[in-house]
Write a protein that binds this ligand. Structure first.
Ligand code: ADP
Length: 476
């Protein structure tokens, strides 16, 4: 069975349309590939009421019963991985191999949390008086809102709805306007898996109106957001009056440090994986590469060879490594970061300009002699640009790496064990990659410190964000 583009929202188990629409395009061609309803505040309020009604029965099931439905959901995603990946590439642009990997990654959150659904353990604590016992229950937090970005149209949704559904919550998802079809396909598969009507809802439309209604609602008890720090901070403020629990997965500015004892070939492989996945459009992408002065030139030479070998092509073409960027603004940003760096003394090692294919394609680029005065040291480029800084000792690298308000991922390559511990402990980030450029898995806690966010997603810790602790004091 092929997954189709659903030009309707999914609310209360029904497909809902509107007389107002938003077009969705293919970033590789700029062509419109379909449209989705532009819903607003009123429809969001209705969806919240529906989700609240649906939650009771879902929460009252045993964890084992919810686990069975979620397991079926996982299997349906796996069974449909190829058509889901094709849809994802069409609306998002990433190479088909990466889209397939994302679908499998996305499914893994449903699988993991289907298993965790059975393990939401409470506690019994010895009482403070001979005739008292203390019981700790964990209960679903309530209706959950999930606002997700376009760079991982499937995984950013399942990483939120997996634990929410496993805990017994109902969810309203607002996907990014650029990538709604993957979200709607996931809603369809959830219904096929047997999620009761109203437990999983997907709304498309005006971000500010839908976001405004979700955050203002007293019924919505939790918001899980992935996106920019700017919007995250706005939503944080909007959630204050109703004291909602928040998970925020926001921007990063990941440092990638190559020490003088690093395995350089491994460091180049890691840098390519970390920097150029999704054409540099992930929040854990290396944004600043620091190379020790002793290995600096050798590292740059190897990196340049690897980067020039990356094949720029539409994601649906076999052999594509780098697809188009999401929109014109993204292309402009990469351009500006390069221009600013070059003007302040950086040297282009390879690339440096939009790709000859035109449109939203950009040539993978390495620049050297980068310093802390350049925009690339402060802002996330979110594109295929690898700026390389030179450093003299570990203390300097760590100071520069931490000189950012962000703290999502940080990477470093080194062999000396003491050094590895010291650097891992001193880097201010929620996720550290040591001798690896790939850190994402459903088994580990994903999340940032400082302006990169609040809370953790995935792993045994990921469920807590969707649960309330209730203390029952029992006299006997
Ligand atoms: P990006 O830069 O990755 O597009 P954004 O933070 O702009 O990140 O978008 C992430 C998600 O937040 C998207 O689903 C977007 O529609 C949504 N969003 C953007 N602005 C608002 C807002 N004012 N209120 C609620 N959601 C918003």
């Amino acid at each position: 069975m092929a997954i189709s583009k659903r030009e309707a929202c999914f609310i209360g188990g029904e497909w809902v349309t509107s007389d107002q629409w938003m077009d969705v395009d293919d970033p590789a061609t700029g062509q419109v590939i379909g449209r989705v309803p532009r819903l607003g505040r009123r429809e969001t309020q209705q969806a919240i009421a529906i989700a609240a009604r649906a939650m009771g029965a879902w929460a009252n099931l045993t964890g084992k019963e919810r686990a069975r439905t979620l397991r079926r959901y996982y299997e349906l995603i796996i069974d449909n991985q190829e058509s889901l990946a094709a849809l994802l590439t069409q609306e998002q642009g990433k190479p088909l191999t990466e889209a397939l990997a994302e679908i499998i990654y996305a499914a893994s959150f449903i699988e993991w949390f289907s298993e965790e659904a059975k393990r939401v353990y409470g506690d019994v604590i010895p009482g403070h008086a001979p005739d008292k016992r203390i019981i700790v229950l964990k209960q679903p937090i309530g209706v959950v809102a999930a606002i997700t970005p376009w760079n991982f149209p499937a995984a950013m949704i399942t990483r939120k709805i997996g634990p929410a559904l496993a805990a017994g919550c109902s969810v309203i998802v607002k996907p990014a306007a650029q990538t709604p079809f993957t979200a709607l396909a996931l809603a369809e598969l959830g219904a096929q898996a047997g999620l009761p009507n109203g437990v999983l809802n997907v709304l498309t439309g005006g971000a500010a109106e839908i976001g405004g209604a979700l955050t203002a609602s007293e019924t919505v008890r939790k918001l899980s957001f992935t996106g920019s720090t700017e919007v995250g901070a706005k939503l944080y403020a909007q959630c204050a009056p109703t004291i909602k629990k928040l998970s925020l997965e926001l921007g990063g500015n990941a440092p990638f440090i190559v020490c003088d004892d690093a395995d350089l070939d491994a460091a180049v492989t890691g840098a390519i994986q970390s920097k150029f996945r999704n054409a540099g459009q992930t929040c854990v992408c290396a944004n600043r590469i620091y190379a020790h002065e002793k290995i600096h030139d050798a590292f740059i030479e190897k990196l340049a060879v690897a980067v020039s070998a990356l094949h720029v092509a539409p994601g649906c073409e076999p052999g594509s490594h780098i697809g188009p960027l999401i929109d014109e603004r993204a292309v402009q940003k990469v351009r500006e970061h390069i221009e600013d760096a070059v003007q302040k003394g950086a040297r282009i090692v390879t690339g440096g300009a939009p790709h000859a294919r035109g449109g939203r394609f950009f040539t993978p680029t390495v620049i050297a002699e980068v310093n802390q005065d350049m925009i690339v040291s402060r802002e996330e480029t979110f594109g295929p640009l690898a700026p390389v800084f030179r450093f003299r000792d570990d203390a300097e690298a760590i100071t520069q790496a931490n000189a950012t308000p962000f703290g999502l991922a940080a990477y470093f390559y080194a062999r000396d064990l003491g050094r590895v511990w010291r650097i891992a402990e001193q880097l201010e980030a929620g996720i550290i990659g040591v001798n690896t450029g790939l850190i994402s898995t459903e088994l580990a806690p994903f999340g940032g410190v400082k302006a990169s966010g609040l809370g953790r997603e995935g792993s045994k810790y990921g469920m807590d964000d969707f649960l309330e602790i209730k203390y029952v004091c029992m006299g006997i």
